[in-house]
Design a protein around this ligand. Structure first.
Ligand code: FCB
Length: 446
């Protein structure tokens, strides 16, 4: 078993969420459309109208949700700011009503004894900017700089914990290379400039936040990470795993750490230099106060002749006969220990926060209750690995469960339920799952 008392008292335990996945209110109070509003609309037939247009209606229900969070003893809440709520055109005039909402949200957190952690960008680019080329157009950088400044100036007196981006690899890879996330673009011609600008945006955002926020602010950014292993001992699988490492773990992280783009195993990514301007080299690294690790699983990788460029393929956990979640992600808690160890021992990262970890299982609401022992077991086993990493010296300062309420899971829409709290989308009723009761007990020291 794992106990709260095995972690330092100041260790930050919390829950994570994101604006588009929870807020709804897609056009309320002057909000402009984002690429996700547009992407859901374009997919409306295939997706049978499912979208984040209403989601959990958190925009209107945050007082009740935060009251429930406080009641469960959850002291830290990470969410994001919807860029197009604040700047409907991406740049240009500020929508005061949108900014006022985040002001109220922050004040309500604080009044409830909940520390707010804000991510500036969790994938919902203003559609107006996408129409000008989105992340593939370098003009996104000054727009992002302005967004960061507007938000920091308004909320910086009360919000101490900031994250610049959420998982650049996922929004650049799924949104601009594979096309199954918004804005649905494909190929290297979109991906490489988007990737370079997203990497640059971390430094841009970090520097603006540092300039605008009072002393004592903690500025970070977050990365998706997966523990990668080759399928068996064949050297071809080993080589494939090294390429997968670059793509899944290293490509966005290493430039920020001052190591440059890792290109030795993936020469095709060299073309990213086409989008470099003189001086970019020096602007990629940024000395963040903490880095956020978002880890869910291990990936076992094999050589695949048929997969273009990467020549690597993930072996599904079902094929390996190992336990997995409804996302098809293996349940492999040791991945968290291994990755924390790598960040600490290999990269020398000084302060780490696990900004997301969690699981989706086929929850059923029965007689007013959700009995989800798999989720509780998932969280317990990951917390045990977290504790093991901390005991071994990894400088981890916090852990956030993804997520508080079930919400809109991007291209998977509402089917995967990741919450500690069940959302009944027909009524917007919230029902604390058994795992939520367990987390509350863990936080209370039970
Ligand atoms: C992460 C995202 C988050 C959520 C979880 C399940 O990659 O940051 O928004 O979708 O996965």
């Amino acid at each position: 078993m794992v106990y709260r008392t095995q972690f330092p008292p100041e260790f930050a335990f919390g829950v994570s969420a994101a604006a588009y996945q929870t807020e709804g209110a897609y056009n309320q109070d002057g909000k402009g459309p984002s690429i996700w509003d547009d992407f859901c609309h374009r997919n409306r037939r295939r997706w049978r109208g499912e979208s984040g247009a209403t989601a959990c209606d958190f925009y209107n229900r945050y007082p009740q949700d935060l009251a429930l969070m406080a009641q469960m003893g959850i002291g830290n809440f990470r969410t994001s700011v919807a860029w197009s709520r604040v700047l409907p055109e991406g740049s240009g005039p500020v929508n005061q009503a949108g900014l006022d909402y985040y002001d109220r949200l922050v004040d309500t957190c604080l009044a409830r004894g909940i520390t707010p952690w804000l991510t500036l960008y969790h994938w919902d680019l203003p559609l107006a900017l996408e129409r000008k080329g989105g992340w593939a157009n370098r003009a996104v950088l000054p727009a992002f700089e302005r967004f960061a400044e507007v938000v920091a100036r308004r909320l910086g007196d009360r919000v101490r914990h900031w994250m610049v981006l959420n998982e650049p690899m996922v929004f650049a890879g799924a949104g601009y290379f594979l096309g199954f996330h918004a804005p649905g673009r494909r190929g290297f011609g979109s991906f490489l400039p988007a990737a370079h600008h997203a990497t640059m945006a971390m430094g841009v955002g970090g520097r603006v936040l540092r300039a605008c926020l009072p002393a004592g602010a903690r500025i970070g950014t977050t990365f998706s990470q997966a523990w990668v292993e080759p399928y068996g001992t064949d050297d071809r699988h080993n080589q494939a795993a090294m390429r997968a490492e670059v793509i899944l773990n290293r490509f966005f992280l290493e430039p920020v750490l001052g190591l440059g783009y890792p290109l030795e195993h993936t020469p095709v990514l060299q073309k990213i230099y086409k989008y470099h301007l003189a001086g970019d080299e020096g602007l990629l690294p940024f000395d963040f106060d903490f880095l956020g690790m978002q880890l869910y699983t291990r990936e076992v990788v094999r050589h695949s002749f048929w997969t273009p460029y990467a020549k690597a393929k993930i072996v599904h956990p079902a094929k390996r006969g190992v336990p997995h979640t409804v996302m098809g992600w293996e349940v492999y808690p040791e991945a968290l220990y291994q990755m924390l160890h790598r960040w600490h021992a290999h990269y020398g990262i000084k302060r780490i926060v696990v900004t997301e970890n969690g699981a989706a299982f086929p929850d059923q609401l029965q007689a007013g209750r959700v009995n989800d022992p798999e989720r509780t077991a998932y969280l317990q086993s990951h917390l045990a690995q977290l504790q093991r990493a901390v005991a071994a010296g990894a400088p981890v300062e916090g852990y956030f469960v993804w997520t508080f309420t079930d919400n809109f899971e991007w291209a998977h829409r509402f089917a995967p339920r990741f919450g500690l709290v069940y959302t009944d989308y027909a009524t917007q009723e919230r029902i604390v799952k058994d795992s939520g009761h367990w987390y509350a007990g863990f936080l209370a020291g039970a």
